[in-house]
Unconditional design. Structure first.
Length: 423
């Protein structure tokens, strides 16, 4: 009890006399006396030995943070820019696309759908063969208006083996008579009302120019030839079919229509004609093509920088049999298999020499130089191939406009605007 009283007395003393507590601290005048003590080292009062982060580390962290932020922002910025450029391209081509969709029929009627480039007009010997132009009304006139010298058509035997069909497949085929032969006969009869030893052809600028009807049978020739001979008889009797003379010269006499059979099934045509001769002289009015038996593959490595390429003899590049059958009309070469694609947008001197040799050998044997298998990747590439072939003297070039147009949405969408290089 006495202890508690003493504690409470002490507390009251501190509360009532606060100034007595302040006397335990040093007065200002006493600092000089304790200065030496205050400056002495003490474990609790030592100088710091660990420093803060280095300036380079600080800057590197700042750079990493800024880089991370820009990286996160860069992708959206790039996407926005790409969308902006795509929108500009779309708006720029929209008027042409709309015009093409609205005026497609009128444009096809005026231009024939497509056009062999007019720049090749200075070389009348080189021209195109339209491949299966059945997507348009009047495929014969379509090919003529496009600037081609004829058409190439796939021939199929009908299921009842009573007629011949033409088209990419049996499902989309029409009869050979309805699609080609009747049109040719009616048009030539209208242009030649009177019998003439040299009837006029289909081409207004050159009446002596022959329309080439190139047929590729997809059935054995012994089943195709009897029916084909029957269908060709009206044209033959009116003197509209080209033929070779019966003398030793076997000279080619040009007429308004030249019929050529190509493909794997026509090799035995001569033997079939002996069994089924057809009308008198018709067998000399149907021609074949020849494919060189050992066409060289395209080169793997070319020296594109060589200014003086090595000359190759024509016979080494395009070997022919020793004797060419007299009913042969053309030498057919697959461009993709024998020449190949350009390297970095241009053909090498070796490739150009190979084309030149192929054309030279065909002409040496009195044949037309025909090329098939033209690359169909882009309009610009096709036009470059055409230009080279025409320049080197190729006579016939297979052109598949409809097939190429269907292989890419870009060519169809930008056709009229010219973005795809349509020619």
């Amino acid at each position: 009890m006495a202890t508690s009283n003493a504690g409470s007395t002490h507390c009251r003393t501190q509360l009532h006399h606060p100034q007595q507590q302040q006397k335990s601290f040093l007065e200002i005048s006493d600092y000089d006396a304790y200065s030496s003590v205050l400056l002495d080292d003490h474990p609790l009062r030592s100088h710091p030995t660990d420093y803060g982060p280095h300036v380079a580390a600080f800057l590197s962290r700042c750079y990493a943070a800024v880089k991370r932020r820009w990286t996160e922002r860069l992708f959206p910025i790039v996407c926005v820019l790409l969308m902006f450029f795509m929108l500009i391209q779309f708006l720029a081509s929209l008027p042409y696309s709309v015009s093409y969709l609205l005026l497609r029929n009128e444009l096809d009627e005026q231009m024939g759908g497509v056009q062999w480039p007019l720049e090749f007009g200075d070389r009348p010997g080189s021209t195109c063969l339209a491949y299966n132009p059945l997507a348009h009304d009047g495929p014969v006139q379509y090919a003529v208006d496009a600037g081609c010298t004829g058409v190439k058509a796939d021939v199929w035997m009908a299921s009842n083996e009573a007629d011949l069909l033409v088209g990419r497949s049996k499902a989309t085929a029409g009869t050979l008579t309805d699609v080609y032969l009747r049109t040719l006969l009616e048009t030539l009869d209208a242009q030649n009302p009177e019998e003439h030893p040299a009837p006029s052809g289909l081409f207004q600028r050159d009446a002596t120019r022959s329309f080439v009807l190139l047929l590729e049978p997809h059935a054995p020739i012994h089943t195709v030839w009897p029916r084909l001979a029957e269908l060709l008889t009206p044209l033959h009797q009116r003197g509209y079919l080209s033929y070779r003379t019966t003398d030793d010269s076997a000279e080619l006499v040009s007429r308004p229509v030249t019929v050529v059979l190509v493909g794997d099934h026509v090799a035995s045509l001569e033997a079939v004609q002996i069994q089924h001769p057809g009308p008198d002289g018709l067998d000399r009015s149907v021609f074949l093509d020849i494919i060189p038996p050992r066409q060289m593959p395209p080169p793997v490595e070319e020296d594109h920088g060589s200014a003086s390429p090595t000359d190759h003899s024509a016979s080494s590049l395009l070997p022919f049999p020793e004797s060419v059958p007299e009913h042969t009309y053309a030498a057919t070469t697959n461009f993709t298999q024998t020449i190949g694609a350009p390297h970095r947008g241009r053909f090498s001197p070796q490739q150009i020499n190979r084309i030149r040799a192929q054309v030279q050998v065909a002409h040496t044997h009195g044949l037309q130089a025909r090329y098939t298998g033209i690359p169909c990747h882009s309009g610009r590439l096709r036009r470059m191939v055409w230009r080279i072939l025409v320049h080197e003297g190729a006579d016939m070039i297979d052109v598949d406009w409809s097939g190429c147009e269907g292989r890419g949405w870009r060519r169809t969408f930008f056709m009229f605007g010219g973005v795809s290089g349509q020619t």
